[in-house]
Design a protein around this ligand. Structure first.
Ligand SMILES: [Zn+2]
Length: 404
């Protein structure tokens, strides 16, 4: 694991929690080995986590030849979080435990155009708070398909929702009385990767989404790079053609207008792959049935994405890429075009860059939003601001439950 020395301790804490959350109880020696950090660092960091009631000592187990090793495990009851993902027609909500386990997930119809839309969002989250019983709630994370001024501020501009300078954070905080963190939805996935995924072993990477939109979370030295106004990583609006299709942002020829779901469906319609009421599911079904035109549409999309990402890689120089999103089921048809274009357009020294493609389920967006809350104790960059401080205070007040 690399990273600046000042952030290294924060990264290791985050990585240890993520490891215990995903692997279950683990000995200090195994933690050191898996995360490639020194045993002394693990001892020091876990001491702090135990003192904070986030991690507990478990029973001793025999180890090969040496003295018995003591296992460490997460104290799940130290707190939970709610995560919500807002879309143009519904809100997905998950209730998540400290180790990333989803306790429940629900979906609620939602009309972002309604004058009272944000109050409705508060009502949905209020019901979710009521439903979760007595478990300690550390806070709520909200993922939005748009730009957000800061996680703690929560002032949102989201053209696809019709929201401009919407006061999502302030309205939710005053209605619900708990810490609320708001972030661009793709950035929430980048935070989740940092806690539970490749961020455990890599400190600079890109999280690329395909589906309704085309997005990119940029993680540099363990922190999500948000840019001056929270708009970094909006690769969907890279202009790729001079007179291409109209984009939701009002411009023409954006990457997303070509290869987002709506753009692909439009091409499939024009080329007779699907009928007037056809959808992206119809296009995928055609490709799976061997329709050459359908496959060509995806391969062309892959090629366009590969070219654009080669440019992003040259700008950011990440260690690796993760590709995911609700459109990932079609990836086998994107990949032929993507792989060759991506490699061809990379400088020779970067050509071996690895990318991983992750499976998708609909909870993932909302789980990402919840991870905003769990990331706050390890927030070296200060992105979570005063709301992160409130979450930390709630965590520090958590009782140590040795019985769990
Ligand atoms: Zn655009």
């Amino acid at each position: 694991m690399s990273g600046r020395p000042a952030e290294r301790g924060e990264l290791v804490r985050s990585a240890i929690l993520g490891l215990l959350g995903t692997r279950g109880s683990t000995s200090r020696a195994d933690i050191a080995r898996v995360l490639e950090v020194s045993p002394a660092t693990v001892t020091q960091v876990t001491k702090d986590l135990v003192a904070r009631g986030l991690v507990r000592e478990l029973e001793q187990v025999p180890s090969r030849g040496g003295r018995p090793a003591r296992l460490l495990g997460l104290v799940r009851s130290a707190g939970g979080a709610l995560g919500a993902k807002v879309t143009a027609d519904h809100v997905a909500v998950v209730d998540v435990e400290l180790d990333g386990t989803v306790r429940s997930s629900t979906s609620h119809p939602f009309d972002p155009d309604a004058p009272t839309a944000i109050d409705q969002l508060a009502d949905i989250l209020g019901e979710a708070m009521d439903d979760r019983g007595g478990q300690r709630l550390l806070g709520i994370g909200v993922g939005i398909p748009g730009s957000v001024n800061s996680q703690a501020g929560g002032i949102v501009s989201a053209p696809t929702l019709g929201w401009s300078d919407a006061h999502v954070g302030p309205i939710l905080r005053s209605a619900l009385g708990v810490p609320v963190l708001v972030e661009n939805d793709v950035n929430t996935l980048a935070v989740a990767e940092r806690l539970y995924g490749i961020g455990r072993t890599h400190s600079s990477y890109l999280v690329v989404t395909i589906g309704r939109g085309i997005g990119c979370g940029v993680v540099i030295d363990g922190a999500v790079y948000r840019g001056a106004g929270g708009g970094a990583g909006e690769i969907g609006h890279i202009p790729v053609t001079v007179d291409g299709p109209l984009c939701g942002c009002g411009s023409f020829g954006c990457l997303e207008a070509h290869i987002g779901d709506a753009g692909l469906v439009e091409q499939a319609l024009e080329r007779g792959v699907i009928g007037a009421r056809g959808t992206s599911r119809g296009l995928l079904a055609a490709a799976r049935d061997g329709d050459e035109t359908a496959r060509q549409i995806y391969a062309d999309a892959g090629e366009m994405l590969g070219r654009a990402l080669a440019g992003v890689v040259h700008t950011v120089d990440p260690e690796m890429l993760v590709i995911l999103g609700e459109g990932i089921d079609a990836w086998p048809f994107w990949e032929p075009g993507f792989e060759s274009a991506f490699r061809r357009h990379l400088l020779p020294a970067r050509r071996g860059l690895t990318f991983v493609v992750e499976p998708w389920d609909e909870d993932k967006w909302a789980l990402g939003a919840a991870s905003l809350v769990f990331a706050t104790p390890f927030d070296a960059s200060g992105a979570s601001g005063d709301q992160g401080q409130l979450v930390r205070e709630r965590l520090d007040a958590a009782p140590f439950k040795a019985s769990e």
